[in-house]
Write a new protein. Structure first.
Length: 216
């Protein structure tokens, strides 16, 4: 995984805590708390996934036991395997499990990269984003207000607002990554962590920020 991608994922957790922090803060401490939040969320999702797997297994066992070829078999004789029809419900559950698996692997990679060394690329990039956001917070939020027509910034979905803050901060002040990469990864964060409509909303705002500031 690229260090900047890991940094964006971790920064999203970190930004969720910034509003409750007054004054200066211990950057190392908040990084550790963010990593713990990410890994704890992954553990919860893995436990949820394990329960879903058990449900699928029970459904398979029930389907097999009630299949016509097994109902007529003598008591005490093991059921024989039967074909399982593809169902939308089964596909959705498996897609959900795969998504959880991806998130868990990602969380472990981020935790490892963040903990490897004090001056890791992940930590340095998160620090750049955070420091620039602290300096330019009002200007960044003004950009969001300006282009989120009809929306009160205080009533935006917190996740969407933080994704926009990180991306706008990168676009206007950090300027270390290609424009397309910043926007694409902001959309991925929106798809992964926010609502169904978030990606298109984030894309619209960032597109206007790019045009307004003549970014290339």
């Amino acid at each position: 995984m690229q260090a900047r991608r890991a940094a964006r994922e971790l920064a999203l957790i970190l930004f969720s805590q910034l509003d409750s922090i007054q004054g200066d803060f211990d950057f190392q401490d908040i990084i550790i708390k963010s990593v713990r939040t990410l890994t704890n969320n992954s553990i919860e999702e893995v436990n949820t996934a394990a329960n879903s797997i058990m449900e699928i297994k029970e459904q398979i066992n029930e389907y097999e036991a009630n299949h016509p070829s097994n109902i007529e078999r003598p008591i005490g004789i093991s059921d024989k395997p039967v074909p399982i029809p593809t169902t939308e419900d089964m596909r959705n559950k498996l897609d959900g499990l795969l998504n959880i698996a991806d998130k868990t692997v990602l969380a472990l990679e981020i935790a490892e990269m963040a903990a490897l060394e004090e001056n890791s690329d992940v930590k340095q990039y998160i620090k750049s984003i955070t420091e620039q956001y602290k300096i330019h917070k009002n200007d960044i939020d003004e950009q969001i207000k300006k282009f989120a027509l009809g929306w009160d910034i205080n009533r935006l979905v917190k996740m969407d607002k933080d994704i926009l803050r990180i991306a706008i901060c990168e676009l206007l002040y950090v300027k270390e990554a290609p424009l397309k990469v910043i926007i694409d990864e902001a959309l991925e964060l929106a798809k992964k962590y926010s609502t169904d409509d978030s990606a298109s909303f984030v894309n619209g705002i960032l597109g206007k920020v790019v045009l307004e500031n003549n970014l290339k």
